[in-house]
Structures are given as C-alpha cells and as structure tokens.
Design a binder for this molecule. Sequence first.
Ligand SMILES: [Zn+2]
Length: 337
Amino acid sequence: MPRSVARVDQGGRPPDVTVISVVPTSRRRAPYATASSARHARDSAREPVVVVTGNVHGDECTGVGACLRLAEELDEVLTAGTLHLYPSLNPEALERRTRRHPDEDVDLNRLFPGEVHGSPAERLVHATWTDISARRPDLVVDIHADAPGAIPYVLVDRAVALRGSERTRLEAECQRLAEATGLTVLQEYPDERYSRYRLDRSLTGAVLNRMQIPALTIEAGPRLVMDARAMDTVLHAVRGILASLQMLPGEPTPHPTQLPGAWRRDSGPRAGAAGVLIAMVQPGVAVHRGDVLAEVRTLGGGVLERIRAEGEGFVVSFVERAHVVSGVPVCTYGFAV
Ligand SMILES: [Zn+2]
C-alpha cells in the first residue's frame, strides 16, 4: 500500500474532497502493533506534518496536477514526516469550470473555518477545515493560479490576530518557509486592507490566525489549465519546503524566476481612460517609479494614457482584460519594502 487515499465527508454530497497521504517507506509497517512500531509511532509524532491543498478556486487547476504529481514523485523519496495532499477543495467548481462555489456563487476562500450548520458552501468549508485540523499540521500550503504571464510567487499572510513576540515569531517562521520555496516572496496587503478584504478568512489566513501555525499561498501558472511549467514550479517550491523541514534530502534552491528581495503585493495603478490596454513591460522585470507600465490606446492607435509605476518594484501580472475602463487596476504590483 504505497499511499493512502481518504475522502472528506460533506454530508454524502458528491463529488468528494479527496486526501492523499504520503509517509516514508520506512513507516509502512504491518497493520498490527508491535513494541517497535509503537515506539516508532511515538517518534514519528514529532516529525513534521505538512498539508498541501489545491483548487479552492475551481478555475485554478495548477494545485490539482501538482498534488497528483507530488503523490507519485515523493512516494518513494520522503524520508520523514507526513504529507497530506488535497488536490481539490472545490471539486464541483472544478467540474463546472468556475471559480466560486457553483450553488451559491461565493468565494470559498473567504469562508474559513466555515459553519457546521451553514449553507452548502459553508458546510463544505467546515468539513475541509475539520479534516485538515484533525491531521494536526505544522504547515499548510495552498496552491493557486494567477493571470496568464504572471510570475510565480509565494504569498505570506498577516498574523493580524496575534500580538507582540507571538506574531513576530510566527511571521518569521512563515518568511523562512516562504524563502525555502525558492520563489519570489511577496508580503500580503497591509493589515487594515488584509482584514477588510477578509483574507484572514482565506484558508491560509485562517490557518495562520486560528491554528496559529505557518501557512503559505503559492501562485503559479494561468487559470483553467494544468500547465506543465506551473506544476514544475510548484514541485520545486514544495520540495524546497520539505527539504528545509528535513522531510527530503538536499537543500532548498532558488527558482530561475526568483526576484530576491523584500516585496509587498498591491493593486497596480488604475486606468484613467477607457481603451485597449497595451503592456509595455514584462512581469517580473524590475521597474522604477515613473517608468511606463502600460498604455491605453484607441483602436486607431492614439495614446490616451501612459500608466506609470508608482514605486520601485515589478509587475506581478497584468489584468486579464484587453480593454479597460476608467478605475480598473491594470496590474498586480510588487512594491519594494
Ligand atoms: Zn486563487
């Protein structure tokens, strides 16, 4: 029995949320207890438990393929700890190719930890949260996908519910694990907006603020497809994390796309005119305050507006629109901090 597969009960409503668990081959013992296996179980209880989740946004598929590939590729090589993989936290939306919960048109990733007697979406979130909590993880990594052309990155949440040294310690641990991915590391929005956008009710926000353990969000690849390069990027990132936790041999290594430094994600500048949006820089290329990021033009070619960088940093991704109207942020931006 190489890996075990379990299902999260959400009241018998299909399709199921599925969990694949991977443990080192040395821990796959006979099903009866012996003195030595009991001792081993006690020892292994101190080894790290890592949860990797995907597809809470049903149109972001990178995590589905990444979890299935991690299950296969780490099956014989994990040296310590336990890895629980949830390929899809929103399987009905995956089937229907939508971002939000199909019944209620709500974003599951603003509902954690859910409600046991709530709506179907709240009950699904609650069932998922309960299952993850019961596995007593030391770290939760949630896989998402950004716009086409976006650079891959890892987001560090804000421990807004904690104070003083507790907050400092937990956020430093998140930062250390984020760096182990080898990806570009972005801090989340400042506290006030982090809370206003209800990011403390995202899976990773709730894990950080309620379970008070580290959590990371990895964004890789475009939506709607399982892009091979994006999955490779996630595998690189997760392998780096597991190496840093001594669950795999080796050391974390930088990913070729990594932009070293301290960055914060934010909305980019907004269009002031309606027209076609022409990108003038590539995501991930360093830009300076005042550099032109994009132009808004008429279909006759006339330049209506040049949209400029508001600080040192880089474009993370451009908005998924070829035509913009006044007030639309044209990109997600990584500000130097
Ligand atoms: Zn997402």
